[in-house]
Design a protein around this ligand. Structure first.
Ligand SMILES: [Zn+2]
Ligand SMILES: [Zn+2]
Length: 90
């Protein structure tokens, strides 16, 4: 059983992306994960990647989509395509 990276108390069972390029994933507990995404822990050791990097990571078929419902927002720019390729390179 792995401990949560943040509180070191609970069971870290959720994979959270700390960075997308290079990919850096930490294991956190449900409690801390909620805090990360509710911005309570924002700014602490830069736990959350920028929204732009996240939307590039989760883009699909060259299109940036809303994470909640998959609605297409806009196409990736040339630079963003390059970033995405680098993210998936390893
Ligand atoms: Zn925790
Ligand atoms: Zn997360």
């Amino acid at each position: 059983m792995k401990k949560c990276c943040i509180c070191k108390v609970m069971n870290g069972c959720i994979k959270h992306h700390k960075r997308y390029l290079p990919q850096e994933i930490i294991l956190v507990c449900n409690n801390c994960h909620n805090k990360i995404h509710s911005n309570e822990l924002l700014g602490v050791d830069s736990l959350t990647p920028s929204r732009r990097m996240a939307s590039i990571f989760y883009s699909n078929k060259g299109v940036i989509r809303k994470k909640s419902n998959g609605v297409a927002l806009r196409k990736l720019t040339y630079n963003e395509k390059k970033i995405k390729e680098a993210m998936y390179a390893n």
